[in-house]
Write a protein that binds this ligand. Structure first.
Ligand code: AMP
Length: 290
């Protein structure tokens, strides 16, 4: 049965099984309503809620999913430790105006015998694709399942995970899915740090250093647009991040904003400057348009 998430607070219905989900979405479709999907892994913050609001501006009903997907975590990553608090997430989603929380469990997503993996080549290579083997296969497979289960008209993803956004656009295009994939701008703290569920791992000292990532991206972007040699600007940025206390720096790279192909010179069309770097054990990612 569909259950209410929190008593006394705005009751956001929660669907756990495919049949519960379908009953709700089919009802909406029968009424001619357009449906949006916002996939998340929970531990929700204002960035996630901005996606819900963007979806609400495009469609009549919004499903937010919360599923910490084991297949997109590497063996040494933080799957077990990833923060989980469904009641708080449900209250936040209800407050933001979502209409349904879809929260399947791992066995419901990957029943015994599950054997299918979706590989999106090209945009999945390089950057996070090289440093997190299997990550984008895990993402593409679970998001394809969410798409097929929810059958949304629109799906919203954050530019925070820029490579992921392009992987999912490619997936939808290649598989002829009738879903409009929309990218949402990165929501930041006032000091520039991109909101992330993983920011909770930062110590007070690391948190104070963390905005240096965005500051460095902006400085490198401005230097490139100001005529600096791309290689020199990137090398300066990596040194700067290390001097600020980041390390290792997984990558700092200038890419084409649509294809993620590496750019050796200042972009003529939209470019993207992307970075992944550790602060202690926490891996932070960020990117800006250039
Ligand atoms: P996650 O729960 O980390 O898998 O993220 C779920 C969705 O929220 C993804 O589409 C992310 O790109 C997006 N997201 C995460 N952080 C932010 C942010 N600071 N601003 C905008 N979108 C975000």
């Amino acid at each position: 049965m569909i259950s209410d998430s929190l008593e006394g607070v705005r009751a956001l219905p929660i669907a756990r099984s495919v049949s519960e989900l379908r009953a709700v979405v089919d009802g909406w479709k029968a009424e001619g309503l357009r449906v949006g999907l916002v996939p998340t892994m929970g531990a929700l913050h204002a960035g996630h809620l901005s996606l819900v609001r963007l979806a609400l501006s495009k469609v009549d009903r919004v499903v937010a999913s919360v599923f910490v997907n084991p297949t997109q975590f590497g063996p040494n990553e933080d799957f077990a430790a990833y923060p989980r608090d469904e009641a708080v997430d449900a209250a936040k989603l209800g407050g933001a105006g979502a209409h349904l929380l879809y929260a399947p469990d791992v066995a419901g997503m990957y029943p015994p015998g599950f054997s299918t993996t979706i590989t999106v080549s090209g945009v999945s290579s390089g950057l996070c694709g090289d440093l997190r083997p299997g990550h984008f296969q895990g993402v593409a497979t679970v998001v394809a399942k969410l798409f097929l289960r929810v059958r949304p008209d629109v799906a919203v993803f954050g530019e925070k995970d820029y490579q992921q956004l392009l992987v999912l656009k490619r997936l939808v295009n290649d598989l002829d899915l009738a879903i409009e994939v929309i990218g949402a701008p990165i929501v930041r703290e006032t000091d520039g740090l991109a909101l992330s569920s993983r920011n909770a791992y930062l110590s007070a000292e690391q948190r104070a250093l963390a905005p240096g990532l965005y500051r460095t991206l902006r400085r490198v972007g401005a230097d490139i647009l100001g005529g600096g040699r791309v290689d020199d600007c990137l090398a300066w940025g990596i040194d700067e991040l290390k001097a600020l206390g980041f390390g290792p720096v997984d990558y700092l790279d200038l890419r084409d904003g649509a294809t993620l192909e590496r750019l050796d010179d200042a972009p003529e069309g939209p470019g993207r400057l992307l970075c992944a770097a550790y602060l202690g054990k926490t891996r932070l990612i960020d990117n800006i348009g250039v």
